[in-house]
Design a protein around this ligand. Structure first.
Ligand SMILES: Nc1nc2c(c(=O)[nH]1)N[C@H]1C(S)=C(S)[C@@H](COP(=O)(O)OP(=O)(O)OC[C@H]3O[C@@H](n4cnc5c(=O)[nH]c(N)nc54)[C@H](O)[C@@H]3O)O[C@H]1N2
Ligand SMILES: Nc1nc2c(c(=O)[nH]1)N[C@H]1C(S)=C(S)[C@@H](COP(=O)(O)OP(=O)(O)OC[C@H]3O[C@@H](n4cnc5c(=O)[nH]c(N)nc54)[C@H](O)[C@@H]3O)O[C@H]1N2
Ligand code: SF4
Ligand SMILES: [Mo]
Length: 917
């Protein structure tokens, strides 16, 4: 057995992971106690990493025009077709769309090939949908895309403001660090600003349930308030900044009385003033912001409104202080470092950085080999797709991202890709939606196989280390790109033999002609020249790493000198703007989109671990109770959202966490897991004019119940991830992998739909089962009156399917049934008690645990509620009895709210009892 120390491939916290493996399989993972991001902790996604591996469902062979080919053919075809298109349509007719999930080395080579050697600036990344506004704002104010703070600052702060971040679910280990710090320091305060009451509110001293999109108004108001209360740090402003007068003038353009701001933001004025007071009177304030701020048509301004307040109070460059944009993807930061955004060139140099184009040309020695470097920035994500639509770009290479799900107006983006003459896709998973549009598929190696570095949210570079061979013929991304570069005639510049060679070049470029130039703080020249052993052993380190800071740098701008030409930070005048997507009579609801605790993005990886599916098994729509009532919607009923570019079907979750007039849907479901739950199609593409980031958080939708005739649950043996034929004739379907079988949740017979007339009454399920399902229906119990039905089929003595027609509210926990699918053969003839249990789908004595709350120990809601009623009224007591919340801790906020709910319920019942007595 071997152990490898590596880094988690999910979120930007960048936790160190120790993986135990035998060279073929990773048996287990645990948190690396020595890694400064997590000190041994892992969240539920990290601790389930080994359960998502395995060769099943992986891409293993290159494909060209639908047929499998060998690598030579695939690489030659890519090289020839790209060259042909460039010859006919110019250098800038080819593009790349990359991802913050590539390693820095992969990213560096792709950027060098496209911008350096193919002479096209059109290389952008999914970070455009994620960090672009934060990047643009840092550059405008601090002079460089340089995150000033680190994780310890969060722990050392007296006030932590979490804006547009659901840290508890999306950066769980950091959330736990913050919770622990707060327990240690009772004076620490936490403020959460989010239109939804999220699990992050568990540690909030103050919650502001803000009107979506009104954050800039709030922070502008704060700036004006600090001014009025003489809480500006005039000395800091004088010495280290520029632009306070203009920023204040802009803030004062609006009514700055507390009541007016509170009314615009739709929050309680007293709470608002409390927040203002706390912010203004504390020096050690960290404001951590994420997608609730960035993903907006005025995201850059919102980030700057936050940074303004920090600069104005001198709350930056100190321990426990600073504006902290938290990154999402494992290597969002690394991508920014190499120049993965279309407006960047390389190593934090822009096209317009004086001398940069010449410097990079000399460093890469593109010389006579290649066309000269582009002179102007390229198209940003959505613009890039629009350029394909116009026929201006005729080839796009998509790596490690699933834009048919994640881009706004995704259905249109799919049509654009379908019409693009050449689409090349590098991915690892056979079920990624993007593959439907690929002319050429290049199978890539994945986490546990690939080697390189990633940079986390606090500028810390860590190694990801490979331990397993890639399956079949999958290859490393850097290798694939270098091979194509070589076949296009640039072999000399791409003769890498190992990611270490690439890292060395990247480190050298960061320091190239960068001595003493404080406008390029991204400098890791101190890591250049590492030999293979030193690269392999590289310990986590925060950039800059150079001659002055050989051990790395924990915090930036501590001396008040910024990365602007004159060393002064800029306050930016901000005029608050609301969402661009307008509400209308037919689309009166504000659409919010985001993440759930146990899934990662478009589910190609996390959905492979059945226990990660249980917390939220189906796509859903969260709705405020009063909206639900006015629309005649019940909890758990299916409903349809209608948006600008398409519709979405999910199960209603009636929730007090929502504001009235707003709905929330998860961003995760792709074509393999549901038929109509891709939220990208609901949104029109409105972009921030500075950063080009789409407004993914503020759509406009209509909502209506789905009037279906039937609902059914089908559980089937065997392996396969794709949607089978029966999904086509269902109005709604969701696929939910279990340990030993596969579950489909189906609904159909929509009244008003084409097949509604036939299906509305009932289907002939017996005929249907015979047509679609393997094996004979051996058990069949039907209630003709209600249309309810339970049945099971067998093949060679094994259970092959189980069917329940009726509301899924009647579903038992399926653990017992799941285990039956693992049995080699069931007794024949079936004993009567087994028949009964099979029809019921559960063991008679088996309590239904309800939906999973704790994914680590698979503890369900009902079991927890029961334990609370028995007197386990603390998280600790619940942990002692049921083990829930004792491993990764991600479910603790949910445990606490269940305890509170039961407490409230008790009080209500007591009150009623008192009244009736
Ligand atoms: N479990 C899990 N974790 C992840 C990921 C994942 O897929 N799954 N993805 C990773 C990635 S790439 C990213 S970028 C991060 C994202 O991490 P977060 O930014 O925390 O994630 P989101 O859920 O997209 O959005 C955060 C919050 O913004 C709120 N919000 C919406 N509109 C507004 C508004 O106008 N103002 C304010 N103040 N808030 C608003 C939403 O209600 C939501 O709770 O998560 C990372 N971590
Ligand atoms: N409405 C709305 N839209 C959003 C968001 C939102 O909150 N709301 N969030 C946005 C944000 S912040 C983000 S980051 C994006 C994420 O959206 P995407 O980037 O589209 O999502 P992923 O599912 O992570 O796609 C990664 C793909 O790369 C593959 N892959 C994984 N590792 C590798 C590798 O090493 N090499 C290669 N070649 N392939 C690999 C995976 O199988 C998968 O298909 O979505 C954005 N879209
Ligand atoms: S918090 Fe969870 S998902 Fe994020 S890096 Fe750590 S273990 Fe991975
Ligand atoms: Mo992201």
């Amino acid at each position: 057995m071997n152990q490898a120390s590596t880094t988690c491939p999910y979120c930007g916290v960048g936790c160190g992971v120790i993986a135990t493996h035998d060279g073929c399989t990773v048996m287990s993972v645990e948190g690396d106690r020595d890694h400064p991001a997590n000190y041994g902790r892992l969240c539920v996604k990290g601790s389930a990493l080994h359960e998502t591996l395995g060769n099943h469902g992986r891409l293993t062979r290159p494909r060209v025009d639908g047929g499998e080919v060998d690598w030579d053919t695939a690489l030659d075809t890519v090289a020839t077709r790209l060259a042909d298109i460039q010859r006919k349509h110019g250098h800038q007719s080819v593009a790349a769309y990359l991802s913050g999930q590539l390693l820095t080395e992969d990213y560096y080579v792709a950027n060098k090939l496209f911008k350096g050697f193919l002479g096209t600036p059109h290389l952008d990344t999914n970070s455009r949908l994620c960090m672009a506004s934060a990047v643009a704002a840092y550059k405008r104010s601090l002079g460089a895309d340089a995150v000033p703070c680190n994780y310890e600052d969060l722990e050392e702060a007296e006030l932590v403001v979490l804006v547009g971040s659901n840290l508890a679910w999306n950066h769980p280990v950091l959330f736990q660090r913050l919770r622990t710090a707060k327990q240690r320091n009772p004076l620490m305060r936490v403020v959460v600003i989010d239109p939804r009451v999220t699990d992050t509110c568990e540690i909030a001293d103050l919650y502001l349930g803000i009107r979506p999109g009104s954050d800039a108004r709030l922070f502008n108001g704060l700036l004006a308030w600090m001014d009025a209360k003489r809480r500006l740090d005039r000395i800091y402003l004088e010495r280290h900044t520029q632009g306070i007068d203009e920023a204040l003038a802009a803030a004062h353009q609006e009514d700055c009385r507390i009541d007016a701001i509170a009314s615009d933001c739709d929050v309680d004025p007293e709470r608002l003033e409390t927040f203002f007071y706390w912010f203004a009177t504390q020096l050690h304030v960290v404001t951590l912001y994420s997608q609730g701020i960035n993903q907006s048509s005025s995201g850059t301004d919102k980030c700057n409104a936050i940074i303004n307040c920090h600069l104005a109070g001198g709350k930056i460059g100190l321990p426990g202080a600073g504006p902290f944009s938290i990154t999402g993807q494992p290597n969002a930061m690394g991508g920014r470092e190499v120049g993965g955004l279309a407006n960047q060139l390389a190593a934090h140099m822009d096209y317009h950085t004086p001398g940069a184009i010449d410097r990079v040309t000399r460093f890469w020695a593109t010389g006579s080999l290649a066309p000269s470097l582009p002179e102007e920035p390229g198209y940003k994500a959505v613009e890039l797709f629009e350029a394909i639509e116009r026929g201006e770009i005729r080839a796009v290479w998509i790596m490690a991202t699933n834009p048919g799900v994640s881009l706004p107006d995704a259905n249109r983006m799919r049509r654009i890709l379908a019409a693009c003459p050449l689409v090349i896709v590098s991915d690892c998973m056979a079920n990624a939606d993007i593959l439907q549009y690929a002319d050429i598929v290049l199978p890539a190696s994945s986490w546990s196989e690939k080697d390189g570095t990633v940079t986390n949210s606090e500028r810390r570079i860590s190694r990801q280390r490979g331990m397993l061979p890639p399956p079949g013929e999958a290859r490393h991304d850097w290798w694939i790109i270098s091979q194509i570069a070589t076949r296009m005639g640039f072999g000399e510049a791409f003769d890498y033999t190992h990611p270490g060679d690439i890292f060395d070049e990247h480190a050298r470029l960061s320091g190239f002609e960068n001595a003493g130039d404080s406008t390029r703080p991204f400098d890791i020249s101190g890591l250049a020249g590492l030999d293979r052993a030193a690269y392999d052993a590289l310990a986590p380190i925060q950039w800059p790493v150079n001659a002055t800071a050989p051990e790395g740098t924990a915090r930036l701008f501590t001396d008040g000198h910024f990365a602007t030409p004159d060393g002064r930070a800029r306050l930016i005048p901000v005029r608050p703007r609301g969402p661009e997507q307008a509400l209308s009579e037919s689309r009166p609801l504000r659409l919010n989109t985001g993440r759930v605790r146990d899934q990662w993005h478009t589910m190609t990886r996390t959905a492979r671990a059945p226990r990660l599916m249980n917390h939220r098994a189906e796509p859903f729509i969260e709705v405020h109770p009063e909206d639900a009532a006015s629309l005649d919607l019940n909890d758990q009923q299916l409903a349809r959202l209608d948006g600008a570019g398409g519709d979405y079907i999910g199960r209603v979750r009636v929730s007090h966490a929502m504001r009235r007039g707003e709905v929330f849907v998860p961003m995760h479901w792709n074509d393999s897991f549901s038929g109509k739950a891709r939220m990208g199609g609901l949104l029109a593409a409105y972009l921030d004019p500075v950063s080009g980031q789409p407004e993914s958080k503020h759509g406009a939708v209509g909502l209506a119940p789905l009037n279906i005739g039937w609902e059914a649950t089908l559980v089937l043996a065997a392996e396969s991830d794709c949607a089978p034929a029966w999904c086509d004739d269902s109005t709604y379907w969701a696929y939910i992998p279990l340990e030993n079988c596969r579950r489909w949740q189906l609904a159909g017979g929509e009244s008003g739909s084409a097949c509604g007339g036939v299906d509305k009454v009932q289907r002939d399920w017996l005929a249907w089962a015979k047509a679609y399902l393997p094996g004979e229906p051996a058990l069949w119990a039907e209630d003709a009156g209600s249309g309810r039905l339970r049945a099971a089929g067998f093949e060679n003595g094994r259970l092959s399917w189980w069917l329940m027609v009726g509301s899924p509210a009647e579903l038992p926990a399926l653990n017992w049934l799941d285990a039956r699918f693992a049995e080699a053969a069931l007794d024949t003839p079936l004993p009567s008690d087994l028949r009964r249990r099979l029809l019921a789908g559960c063991d008679a004595g088996e309590a239904d645990a309800g939906p999973t709350v704790c994914s680590c120990h698979q503890v369900g809601r009902k079991a927890i509620v029961e334990a609370i009623r028995h007197g386990d009224t603390s998280v600790e007591a619940l942990g002692a009895r049921l083990a829930c919340g004792t491993q990764c801790g991600s479910c603790i906020p949910e445990l606490k709210s269940l305890i509170e709910e039961e407490h409230a319920h008790d009080h209500a019942t007591q009150a009623v009892e008192a009244e009736t007595a």
